[in-house]
Write a protein that binds this ligand. Structure first.
Ligand code: ADP
Length: 626
């Protein structure tokens, strides 16, 4: 029979898996049970929506059986099954799209991260088995098929006999090695405790034939082994259990299993609401962003159950975009099982639930910020971008809900602070909130414009994400305090006398400044300034578009030519000012060269590209060779 190859990435993933760099091999069982449970959910849902499919809920189950002598574990479900194509598609490739970055000589951590990125899934069975045989009959197919593989060298698919829909998976357990005793998985007691630990909440019975030693003759003390089918799990969904009966570890295990994460969640949120729309919710904030979080492939949503039956795997309407990172489950008796997805979206009850959930997540985040700051900062570093997007999306309509959840780096505190903390710490004479934007803290620190504000003993928020300026612009005002960009032209920090003196310098040199601007038409104004301490020049902006925003627009694929209105400011106390005045009188040609060089300098400091680097570098050479 023809042997088929795994797709190359699957092959490498499998290779990592078989060579068992993943330390927790136990999880293979919960992965297979979880797949079986999904298959049971699917067939039950079909029976509710398709009259031709007749399934009784209490007939649905997962069966485990162990054969110590042959070293086999068999996991059977009477769920939806897989067609030939599905076997090929689901088990022959990694289901998810995206490319893995395999490198030579990866560290153990890198390898685990790669496996983690894709969820361990079905392949984890190869950690403990040297051969896997999957026989399945799909509800939608006449013929059953067997998929078989001994690992990286490929798999075969052939027709099989199976009368009723469902899947049977037979694992041939590896021989024991010095490092690991695989035989433990053939032990009844071990399997029972693994099911209890990882799969207790599964809503279908997980049954296994177990051996009990029974006293059959009291006088003779005679015991006999008796076999009995036992249900190993309590079947109560974890979100329906009393919170005090569930340990943190239970929640963590449930999360990792259900949402294929290799790390425990950063935060678990439980909520039980009785009222107009009653529901239980079990929500999780992951500790790291899913590998595809910032791609178009990422689908937000919560799993939606009604009375314990899953009706939708990812219900997007339950989460606003700014909380798209939240994973979890919502179970409500107030949603009808039989309505279509389209009708569900229109459901009034669903809208009420979504609104409550949004509020609950927000409150939990606020509490975390207040009481558990380290964790919050870790959360914010991972998902804060999403909150900042949320502020300026939809024309800023959600900004009030989110503005107390965002943080920026404070120049004074040298750490992340909230807007409210900034305002509370403002000196009496400070009227506005200052911020400065740039690609890194270091770069912002060295901006010439920062000095003047710091000298006044005012704090500055350093904005390093490109969404930051947009979020701040959308907020516009916080506790009646305007936001002011330190790079904007009019900071208004001087005394009246200083202003007067400066005005006089600018008036006196009006012609010089005009001629400079003639040379560099891009800027809307050139002026002398007293805001710079040591730097000769800087670029500031006026109007709604800041230089940082212009950089974002410039980087967009469809450049709309949106530009900041810039001002070239020259340090009036710097020797360069005298030099300029001197040249203006005596050597106009040289004056023009200086103008261009100074403007380029200001652009470099602002992090803007120079359009004519060759011209500028020969000008510099000209000037310094004199
Ligand atoms: P995941 O469960 O994360 O999608 P897996 O590798 O565990 O990834 O499984 C891949 C797919 O194979 C599943 O999504 C499902 O469609 C299919 N599958 C696995 N086990 C079963 C089963 N027992 N019955 C039906 N389909 C299954």
């Amino acid at each position: 029979m023809e042997k088929k190859e795994f797709k190359s990435e699957s092959k490498r993933l499998l290779d990592l898996m078989i060579n068992s760099i993943y330390t927790n091999k136990d999880i293979f069982l919960r992965e297979l049970i979880s797949n079986a449970s999904d298959a049971l959910d699917k067939i039950y849902y079909r029976s509710l929506t398709d009259k031709k499919v007749k399934v009784k809920k209490d007939s649905l189950e997962i069966n485990l059986s162990l054969d110590k002598d042959k070293r086999l574990i068999t996991i059977t479900d009477n769920g939806i099954g897989m067609t030939k194509e599905e076997l090929e598609e689901n088990l022959g490739t990694i289901a998810k799209s995206g490319s893995l970055s395999f490198k030579e000589n990866m560290t153990k951590k890198e390898k685990i991260d790669i496996i983690g990125q894709f969820g361990v899934g079905f392949y984890s069975a190869f950690m403990v088995s040297d051969k896997i045989k999957v026989t399945s009959l799909s509800l939608d197919s006449e013929d059953a098929y067997t998929w078989e593989s001994s690992g990286v060298d490929g798999y075969t698919i052939k027709k099989a006999k199976k009368e009723t829909p469902g899947t049977e998976i037979i694992l041939s357990i590896k021989e024991d090695t010095e490092e690991f005793e695989y035989s433990k998985y053939l032990d009844e007691y071990e399997i029972k405790s693994l099911v209890k630990k990882y799969s207790d909440y599964i809503s279908f019975p997980i049954k296994m034939e177990v051996t009990h030693s029974k006293l059959v003759d009291e006088k003779k003390h005679k015991y006999e082994d008796q076999k009995e089918i036992e249900t190993l799990n309590s079947m109560v969904p974890i979100w329906k259990k009393n919170k005090k009966d569930v340990t943190d570890e239970d929640y963590n295990n449930f999360y990792m299993d259900k949402f294929s994460d290799y790390d425990k969640p950063l935060k678990v949120i439980t909520s039980s609401v009785e009222g107009m729309a009653s529901y239980q919710a079990l929500l999780f904030i992951p500790s790291h962003a899913p590998y595809d979080f910032y791609t178009e492939n990422y689908e937000k949503g919560l799993s939606l159950y009604t009375s314990g039956v899953m009706i939708m795997e990812k219900c997007a309407d339950l989460l606003p975009d700014y909380f798209s990172f939240v994973k979890g489950i919502v179970d409500s008796e107030d949603l009808s099982l039989n309505i279509s997805r389209e009708m569900l979206q229109e459901s009034h009850n669903l809208k009420i639930i979504a609104k409550n959930i949004e509020g609950k997540i927000r409150k939990e985040l606020e509490t975390m910020l207040k009481d558990d700051r380290d964790n919050y900062i870790s959360f914010f570093k991972t998902f804060g971008m999403q909150l900042k997007y949320g502020i300026y999306n939809n024309y800023g309509q959600d900004k009030e809900k989110l503005q107390d959840l965002i943080m920026f780096y404070s120049a004074k505190e040298e750490k992340l602070i909230t807007l409210s903390e900034y305002v509370k710490a403002m000196p009496k004479d400070q009227e506005v909130i200052y911020y400065a934007a740039g690609s890194s803290i270091e770069k912002i620190k060295s901006l010439p414009q920062v000095e003047q504000v710091k000298d006044k003993n005012y704090d500055i928020l350093y904005l390093t994400d490109y969404v930051d300026s947009f979020a701040i612009t959308a907020i516009n005002e916080y506790e009646s305090k305007k936001f002011v960009n330190v790079e904007s032209g009019d900071l208004d920090l001087e005394t009246e006398e200083e202003k007067e003196a400066l005005k006089k310098v600018n008036d006196d040199n009006n012609n010089l400044l005009k001629d400079m601007q003639e040379e560099i038409k891009e800027v809307s104004e050139v002026r002398f300034s007293n805001k710079l301490k040591n730097h000769p020049v800087c670029l500031t902006s006026k109007g709604d578009i800041s230089i940082e925003m212009q950089k974002v627009f410039d980087a967009m694929p469809n450049d709309m030519g949106i530009k900041a209105q810039t001002i070239l400011e020259i340090n009036e106390k710097h020797p360069i000012s005298t030099k300029l005045k001197d040249l203006y009188k005596n050597d106009k040609e040289e004056f023009k060269k200086y103008t261009k060089i100074l403007y380029s300098e200001a652009k470099i400091i602002a992090g803007l590209p120079i359009d004519n680097p060759t011209e500028i570098s020969s000008l510099i050479c000209d000037v310094i060779s004199k």
